[in-house]
Ligand binder design. Structure first.
Ligand code: SF4
Length: 338
């Protein structure tokens, strides 16, 4: 990605939520209960790049994606768009940024208003941003967005209702709405997890086509490492609010170092990847995010944890050009044998 422009950068981004406690607990508890959903993440995403964010439920993936687009409150840190800081207190600036940075949600059934025509759903971003006055202009844009999203001829879909479409077609309509303003960056939050397996490939191929034809940058959020491998240039593994490993897709799949990544990888249903790998069972649940373990936050589930892991939090450290990992074993150059 060396010759590509940075589209979105985030610097030490934090999202902290207060937990509402009962009146009695609030009265007697001295400590404020908080969830550090995103706990200091820095990341650059380049034009024409797909970065996948992978982790279990509760790792903070969706919150991070929303925070970048100002859909979740940022407690600390900065978001940069094409090199300039985005001032989320400035409404005009936020509006301009949101024209260029869009989101595709997980559930195409909830994204679309069942009472609205497909035409209205697709042109909504144009309406919100007061662009294109005539119906003919809007129609032309809607048809193009639908056709670019694999719904051809676009004219045939404009005056239908969402209930007349399949799940895959609804997700394509949602994608058409997200590209109608020609964005540079899209957060795609589990965009195929609600779809039948047979339809998923078509949607993934569409996202890849959009990346290639428009040089679009994506943050692709998924819990499925095999999907991430199929679609991404780089993969970031998230655990309890932080990135624990990041690298090119091949580095993460073939040369991963963090024990959490290895555990996720060993349950991947791809025989060629796991041919000589001992299957690791990830025991226990992800810890309560209000009680993040001291030291390495993976220490409660890590079979390699040793003294240092319980007192010192490992930093994300460079292993090679694009490959970074947060594990004491890696920095001590004692790679875990797979
Ligand atoms: Fe496991 Fe320690 Fe590495 Fe954390 S730092 S992943 S506990 S070995």
């Amino acid at each position: 990605m060396k010759n590509k422009q940075k589209i979105v950068s985030i610097n030490n981004l934090k999202v902290v939520f207060d937990i509402k406690q009962s009146f009695i607990n609030e009265l007697f508890s001295k400590k404020r209960k908080i969830v550090k959903a995103v706990d200091g993440i820095s990341l650059d995403i380049y034009e024409g790049e797909i970065v996948s964010l992978v982790g279990e439920s509760g790792s903070g993936k969706t919150t991070l994606g929303k925070a970048i687009l100002n859909l979740a409150p940022i407690s600390e840190g900065e978001v940069f768009f094409k090199g300039g800081t985005v001032d989320f207190k400035n409404k005009k600036e936020v509006k301009k940024f949101r024209q260029k940075a869009q989101m595709i949600f997980q559930d195409p059934y909830q994204t679309l208003d069942p009472k609205s025509l497909i035409f209205d759903a697709v042109v909504e971003p144009l309406e919100v941003n007061n662009m294109l006055k005539t119906v003919a202009e809007r129609k032309e844009k809607a048809v193009k967005a639908l056709e670019d999203s694999g719904m051809a001829p676009g004219e045939d879909f404009l005056y239908r209702y969402p209930y007349e479409l399949s799940g895959g077609q609804r997700q394509r309509v949602a994608i058409a709405g997200s590209i109608i303003l020609n964005p540079d960056f899209i957060v795609a939050d589990e965009p195929v997890s609600m779809l039948d397996v047979s339809i998923r490939t078509g949607i993934l191929k569409l996202l890849l086509d959009l990346k290639n034809s428009r040089d679009l940058a994506f943050l692709f959020i998924t819990h499925d490492l095999s999907l991430a491998w199929l679609i991404s240039d780089r993969i970031a593994i998230m655990y309890l609010g932080i990135i624990v490993e990041i690298g090119t897709s091949d580095e993460i799949i073939k040369e991963c170092i963090h024990p959490y990544t290895k555990a996720l990888l060993s349950i991947m249903p791809v025989p060629e990847v796991n041919k000589n790998r001992v299957r690791k069972v990830l025991t226990g649940e992800i810890p309560d995010p209000t009680e993040i373990p001291k030291g390495c936050r993976f220490n409660t589930r890590c079979e390699f944890a040793y003294d240092r892991c319980f007192v010192e939090e490992p930093e994300l450290t460079k292993i090679s050009n694009d490959h970074f990992v947060a594990c004491h074993l890696a920095t001590e150059e004692i790679h875990v044998k797979s």
